[in-house]
Design a protein around this ligand. Structure first.
Ligand code: F6R
Length: 236
């Protein structure tokens, strides 16, 4: 695992944007794993700016998001499909049919998870997976004690994650308590992983993830096992 510390949030975010842009230039049909959350908003704005100003071409890219809330329709303003359309997909020239998120409203959630894994396989696997880390140490929604070989499945969210994300909901109590998430095993299968973690509030969990023991109590510590994982962070 390589850890790169940039002086501030903007420089760390710019570096991740450059890495993704270079990967897309190198392989126009890149299979890109994507994350949502506050950390990613400026990153997606930067990618949209690179597309606008430097004509970065996403037309052949395929994307797979890490997760989606159970029970939220795609049109719901807090769904991750809505987030991705708003922050990235509507601002670049990606073919929306090539963008994938699990459906949180599928009637059979288990079969939805299996289908998602299958689709990733059919696309040849994820070339570059973008990750953030939650305060619980989660990657995707793999909360503590997720098995390192887990695949896409439904997970119950911990109180820490509910406290982290519920303020984004109009009525915080409406935040779903379950999500579909790629498993730790699914994430570790990506050929390359780029993790962006910013700010003082994440410093303690980041230290555990990169310097602590590899343990399912901190899902992000599994990244230490990946042969090609870079963590980009700021001084704070
Ligand atoms: C969301 C996801 C999560 C977030 C993490 C950090 O798709 O995968 O693991 O990356 O919760 O979220 P922020 O950036 O909001 O602190």
């Amino acid at each position: 695992m390589e850890v790169i510390i940039r002086p501030d949030k903007e420089k760390a975010t710019d570096l991740v944007a450059k890495i993704i842009a270079k990967a897309v230039q190198h392989k126009p049909g890149l299979v890109l794993g994507l994350a949502t959350g506050n950390t990613m908003e400026p990153l997606y704005a930067e990618l949209a700016a690179i597309h606008r100003d430097e004509k970065l071409d996403f037309s052949l890219c395929r994307t797979f998001n890490l997760d989606e809330y159970v029970g939220l329709k795609a049109e719901h303003r807090n769904s991750y499909r809505h987030y991705m359309n708003e922050h990235l997909f509507s601002k670049i020239n990606i073919d929306i049919r090539n963008t994938h998120l699990p459906s949180g409203t599928a009637r059979d959630l288990d079969s939805e998870c299996e289908k998602y894994e299958q689709k990733i396989k059919e696309c040849g696997g994820i070339d570059l997976q973008l990750l953030g880390i939650g305060k619980s140490g989660h990657i995707g929604f793999n909360e503590p004690l997720s098995a390192f070989f887990s695949r896409t499945r439904v997970k119950a969210l911990t109180p820490t994650t509910i406290a982290q994300n519920s303020p984004l909901f109009e009525k915080p109590e409406d935040m779903p308590k379950r999500a579909i998430t790629m498993g730790v095993g699914t994430i570790l299968d990506a050929k390359r992983i780029v993790t962006l973690v910013l700010g003082k509030a994440k410093s303690e969990i980041l230290a555990k993830a990169v310097e602590g023991p590899v343990t399912s109590m901190v899902s992000a510590s599994a990244l230490q096992l990946h042969p090609k994982c870079v963590v980009i962070t700021d001084e704070e």
